[in-house]
Write a protein that binds this ligand. Structure first.
Ligand code: ATP
Length: 270
């Protein structure tokens, strides 16, 4: 990927199969992202305007970024990734310039997806502060709104944003023609955890005694990121036991599992 300060560009390699669970969500994203790019003639024929922005929200580590990348891969779209937090910390005017520049480059590289991580930092509710000075967040938000409104004529550009704090997002972004689609990305249920464990152990040499389904049952509230870490750590434990190890066994998974506690709590997700 090419990297300039604050933004990376690539066509990601991640595919839908790399993401465990979330079947319906993947289907919705497929329709919203792939169809307008692959079947733009059909959209024009029927006079339907495609979705311009999608907001993904949900707890950290549950594949919001990975879903955005898989969507870009499926559509073979250039993927421009911006970090809200990084833009916020830039010098006066630099974040706005980066935003404008990124939309410009995305137009040239279309089909493109512009992805905002930690979008709530950039798109936070306008504070109604009594002073006349506008805050960094307000200036970034107004630039983003201008750019999104300008997408009307631009074909093949879609904005995806991810946040753990959807309530912090300014309602102006939820108007039609902006973030038309809001999707919740939940923590994985049992089936999804099972699939995630399969995804992240498929390149590992796993012993016959490893029962991924049982591990999935024992890992309620674990996020995809935590399950990925569990698989990796189990491999490390096997190596620590013997640097000549040829397989990762159930006891290695058990050792790691016993030492982990999920960061999420039931109260946070219900
Ligand atoms: P954050 O809010 O912290 O940015 P996120 O929701 O964007 O998190 P990702 O960055 O997409 O999460 O995922 C973190 C890691 O966890 C990735 O390396 C990804 O492979 C893994 N992961 C998370 N969910 C899944 C899943 N459903 N299937 C496979 N891997 C997953």
């Amino acid at each position: 990927p090419s990297i300039t300060r604050g933004v990376t560009v690539e066509i990601p390699k991640v595919t839908w199969e790399d993401i465990g669970g979330l079947k319906d969500l993947k289907k919705k994203l497929q329709q919203a992202v792939e169809w307008p790019i692959k079947h733009s003639a059909a959209f024009s024929r029927l006079g339907i305007s495609p979705v311009r922005g999608i907001l993904l929200h949900g707890p950290p580590g549950c594949s919001k970024t990975t879903l955005a990348k898989a969507a870009a891969h499926a559509a073979q779209a250039s993927f421009f990734s911006l970090s809200g937090a990084e833009m916020y910390s830039m010098y006066v005017g630099e974040g706005e310039a980066l935003l404008r520049n990124t939309f410009q480059r995305a137009r040239l590289a279309a089909p493109s997806i512009i992805f905002f991580d930690e979008a709530d930092v950039v798109a936070a509710k306008r504070g109604g502060s009594s002073s006349n000075s506008t805050t960094v967040g307000e200036r970034l938000l107004s630039t983003l709104l201008t750019e999104m409104d300008g997408l009307e004529e631009a074909k093949g550009i879609l904005v995806l944003a991810a946040t753990n704090r959807p309530h912090a997002i300014d309602v102006a972004l939820m108007r039609p023609g902006r973030f038309d689609l809001v999707l919740y990305v939940p923590p994985p249920d049992l089936e999804a955890r099972c699939e995630i464990l399969h995804v992240h152990s498929r390149n590992m040499k796993i012993d016959d005694d490893v029962d991924l389904r049982r591990i999935a049952e024992d890992t309620d509230l674990f996020t995809g990121a935590e399950l990925e870490g569990l698989c990796r750590e189990a491999g490390i434990v096997a190596l620590r036991e013997s640097i000549d190890a040829t397989v990762v066994s159930d006891r290695h998974f058990e050792t790691v599992k016993a030492s982990l506690k999920p960061a999420l709590t039931r109260a946070e997700i219900d």
